[in-house]
Design a protein. Structure first.
Length: 301
């Protein structure tokens, strides 16, 4: 299947809300997806731990208790994904659903789900846990994947994972040209760590990287009580593509969509005829070795 030359992407600075019930969650998602789709977006990105707002639908006591909130959100994810899938079908868009805790036997993983217009779902679990996730009891995910879609080959690097070059490099060597980075950071410093990582990964791999943060305060849910972030779409800084590496960027922690048009053909051309050839020259580094064998390719077409 041929992929489009350009992709219009919408990445969310998504505000966490205290939702009264699952119907309220459905209504919110419907508003957000409709707005992005009506603006021409083909790929929509929601943030890390955006699913935690579902904890409020289980009641204040559950939302206020981290173990109980993880369990409640894990139980709610199938219904939330059904809503995402219906919206993806209705609007003919691909959606990276807001990540959340997903129970795997005796542990939870932090799972992002890429949903296609025909209802296929690809799951990427976070690989490297932050200190606070370790305190919650969130475990490291298993397979590192790339997803073959009608829009091209997509990799997902959940927040902290994007700060580790070899993870993203492995996905790039396996064919990913576009990376989605759902994030959840408490402080401005955290938001800028993710932003810096996105710019670096775009430069190293001659690819596009889209960051979607959770924003706002949720004193009713200690797991995600304060959230600060910057949505953006980043590429290598190259003349004719972007002098700064920033295709589009939001205002710190201001809710809303950030849109950008990504030219995949231009990105591919840079790998052999750009000002610099970072992706091509990766293996010239001492200690560098091929990494694609560590990645599972998943077809969503």
């Amino acid at each position: 299947m041929s992929t489009p030359r350009r992709i219009r992407i919408a990445t969310a600075q998504y505000p966490i809300d205290k939702l009264s019930d699952l119907a309220a969650a459905r209504d919110k998602l419907t508003r957000w997806v409709t707005e992005a789709a009506d603006s021409g977006a083909e790929l929509l990105v929601f943030p890390e731990y955006g699913a935690m707002e579902l904890a409020a639908t289980a009641g204040e006591q559950v939302a206020a208790d981290i173990p109980a909130s993880l369990e409640a959100v894990s139980r709610a994810l199938p219904e939330a994904d059904a809503v995402y899938a219906d919206l993806a079908r209705r609007h003919r868009v691909h959606i990276l659903a807001a990540s959340g805790p997903l129970r795997r036997a005796d542990r939870y993983v932090n799972a992002a789900r890429l949903i296609t217009p025909d209802g296929r779902i690809g799951i990427q679990e976070k690989r490297i846990m932050t200190p606070f996730e370790q305190e919650w009891g969130i475990a490291s995910g298993t397979a590192l994947r790339v997803f073959e879609t009608a829009l091209g080959c997509i990799g997902v690097a959940i927040c902290y994972d994007s700060e580790f070059p070899l993870l993203v490099r492995a996905q790039a060597e396996a064919g990913a040209e576009l990376f989605l980075v759902p994030s959840c950071t408490e402080r401005v410093s955290g938001a800028h760590r993710v932003r810096t990582a996105a710019l670096a990964r775009a430069l190293e791999n001659t690819c596009a990287v889209a960051v979607s943060p959770l924003v706002g305060e949720a004193p009713w849910c200690p797991a995600v009580d304060v959230n600060t972030g910057i949505a953006g779409v980043y590429v290598p800084a190259e003349a004719g593509l972007s002098d700064t590496g920033v295709l589009a960027e939001g205002q710190l922690s201001q809710p809303g969509w950030v849109f950008a048009d990504i030219d995949l053909v231009a990105l591919r051309a840079l790998r052999t005829c750009g000002e610099m050839r970072n992706a091509q020259d990766w293996l010239l580094q001492p200690g560098a070795s091929p990494l694609a064998q560590h990645v599972e390719r998943v077809s969503l077409t």
